[in-house]
Design a protein around this ligand. Structure first.
Ligand SMILES: Cc1ncc(COP(=O)(O)O)c(C=O)c1O
Length: 482
């Protein structure tokens, strides 16, 4: 995207690409939407995509590919070992990250599993700015303890702080002083912190974390799944780096890290993942687990077609026009909602728009899952599928009680280069309507609850009759309109 001045005076984001392949969408009538969400147990993961109008569940594996990516898939070298396609990716990674070793994996969580198995010992701590669901699960599964040491601003829903993903350096120092460096498995930085609204880390903060790690001989690992957004925010929000190219910034970040891992479902607009390092020792320790769980070292569970697309996608990530699309679309949506008084996470981050369900539904207590209720209501009102990022996405405490999330968010992800402005305007319109009618929305309770990662396939039911009342009000206000 480019921010362009329009004749009527405002500056607005303008696409630096055009759409050449489209997919037909379906918007079922509101009564059908009610049936679908009930069948899905009020869990948007369990909706069928054919019943969804705009799929804002995630930005994972659903970003639009470029013509060059799609074209590259046709020339993939389909061999189990020594594929030329793999060599292309390996060379591209060496060029962009300036690190020697690459381990391919089928997606981001596979990298987390391998890193945790190799580097986390029973009782060890992994300090991080903020957790991601699968990251925390893998660390805990290997006996590790997750310590979140985000700066105070990170947990303020509304703020002007441009880098809410920053780690609190004082807390990091204290944690090491209290437990000893030996008890720290590694420090993990998550670029573009997913669960608190896609908020970036500044390069200054990354450098400070690196120097603490150096002082104590601790390894620094970066989850770079959302690095593209973070690179854009460093370039545009951190004055010191405004004249650096994205390529230079990427190298500077990479130079700070011992290990970088990523989900290629996000970074590089393909499907897969990988671990990058300069340490032969770390590489050798992880290598056999790749062949055990993922596949041979020249594909790691990825299809060669995706590997071709990833090599191109990573190169395209160095283009500011490409990586600005997500953040600028998100900013557009966030600004419209703020103007309308709808509570959202500010400043706008990457990944999508995050609605503050705790403020939106201040009459729904946290034990009735306000973010889940809002996700259900949003689907009923619009056919748009968002994702609950609140208490439902947390694991229960060992005593069986709910572990309340710091934030109750309805995430409306904006997969990159997928939606149009009029679709964003539609989403904003339906959210405004829901906000006007928010007192009609009630809570949810579990009827089926898996032990691990319950948000993926748990089922909930509405407490009371609020969903029928919401549909009746919709019919009253919108008549026969979809
Ligand atoms: C920050 C972060 N880390 C790790 C993952 C896991 O990646 P994957 O979904 O490819 O397993 C994700 C996915 O959303 C993520 O956002």
């Amino acid at each position: 995207m480019a921010n362009v001045k329009f004749f009527y005076g405002k500056t607005a984001p303008l696409e630096m690409h055009k759409v050449r392949v489209v997919q037909k969408l379906n918007l079922p009538p509101v009564e059908e939407r009610l049936e679908h969400i009930k069948e899905a147990g009020n869990n948007t993961f369990l909706l069928l995509n054919k019943d969804v109008y705009l799929d804002m569940l995630t930005d994972s594996g659903v970003n639009a590919m470029s013509d060059k990516q799609v074209a590259s898939m046709l020339e993939a070298d389909d061999s189990y070992a020594g594929s030329a396609t793999y060599t292309k990716l390996e060379n591209k990674i060496r060029e962009l990250f300036h690190k020697e070793y690459f381990l391919p994996a089928h997606q981001g969580r596979a990298c987390e599993s391998i890193l945790s198995q190799v580097f986390v010992k029973e009782g060890q701590i992994v300090p991080m700015n903020y957790h991601f669901t699968t990251t925390k699960a893998h660390i805990q599964l290997n006996g590790g303890i997750v310590e979140e040491i985000i700066t105070k601003d990170g947990l303020n829903i509304t703020s002007d702080e441009p880098f809410k993903g920053n780690m609190d350096i004082g807390l990091l120092e204290n944690l090491i002083a209290k437990n000893g460096a030996d008890k720290i498995a590694f420090v993990r930085l998550e670029a573009g912190t997913n669960l608190i609204g896609g908020q970036p880390i500044s390069l200054k903060n990354m450098k400070e974390v690196r120097s603490v790690c150096d002082k104590h001989g601790i390894m620094l690992v970066m989850d770079s799944s959302l690095l593209a957004d973070n690179l854009y925010f460093i370039k545009t929000r951190e004055a010191e780096y405004k004249d650096k190219s994205i390529r230079e910034l990427n190298k500077e970040i990479s130079d700070l890290c011992d290990i970088i891992y990523f989900s290629a479902r996000k970074l590089g607009h393909a499907r897969g993942g990988g671990i990058i390092t300069n340490s032969k020792d770390a590489y050798m320790k992880m290598r056999e687990l790749i062949t055990l769980y993922e596949g041979f070292l020249t594909y790691g569970g990825m299809s060669v077609r995706e590997i071709e697309a990833l090599a191109i996608g990573l190169e395209e990530t160095m283009d500011e026009d490409m990586i600005s699309q997500g953040p600028l679309f998100t900013q557009y949506m966030v600004e419209k909602l703020v103007e309308a008084g709808v509570p959202v996470v500010t400043p706008a981050g990457g990944l999508g728009c995050h609605v503050d369900a705790m403020a939106f539904l201040d009459h729904v207590p946290q034990n009735e899952y306000p973010a889940g209720a809002l996700a259900s209501a949003m689907y009923i009102a619009s056919g748009i599928r968002g994702m609950e990022r609140g208490t439902v996405s947390e694991e229960r405490n060992p005593d069986g009680s709910d572990h309340y999330a710091n934030m109750e968010l309805l995430r409306l992800a904006l997969p990159r280069r997928v939606f149009t402005m009029s679709q964003i305007d539609y989403a904003v319109d339906r959210l405004k309507w829901l906000y006007e009618n928010r007192k009609l929305i009630g809570g949810l309770e579990f009827v089926e609850e898996p032990k691990l990662l319950r948000f993926f396939f748990g089922k909930l039911t509405a407490k009371g009759d609020w969903q029928n009342k919401l549909v009746a009000k919709y019919k009253e206000d919108f008549g026969d309109s979809l």
